[in-house]
Design a protein around this ligand. Sequence first.
Ligand SMILES: [Mg+2]
Length: 121
Amino acid sequence: MAKAKKTILVVDDENDIRTLYKELLSKSYKIISAKDGDEGLKLIFSKKPDLVILDIKMPKMNGLEVLRKAKSFFPTMPVVLCTAFSSYKTVYASSLADAFVVKSPDLSELLETVHSLLNNH
Ligand SMILES: [Mg+2]
C-alpha cells in the first residue's frame, strides 16, 4: 500500500499564491489552505499538518502572530515563512520559523526547502 501523503497547510491571503503552491506541491503532498491567519490557526489545530507555509502580511492575524501561537502549541511542526518582504527575515519573531523564503517567480527554493524539512522531521 502506498504511504499516505504528508499534509501541507498553505496560509496566504492571495488566491493566486495558494493556487500556485498547490500546483507546485500537490504531486508529492496533500495540500490544504487558508486565506487568513485566523483560518490558518484553526486548521493547524484541527488538521495538525506536517508543515505550514505561511505568508506574513494578511488580514485579521498576521503570519508572525500565527507563527508564535502555532509554535507554542506545536514546537516541532515545521513552518516556512514565505513573504515578498525580505526585511522580515531580520525581525526577531521570524527566528521562530524553520525557514524563510522570499517570494519569487522561481519556486525551486520553496520546493527544496519543503522537501528537506519534511525528510528531516
Ligand atoms: Mg499577503
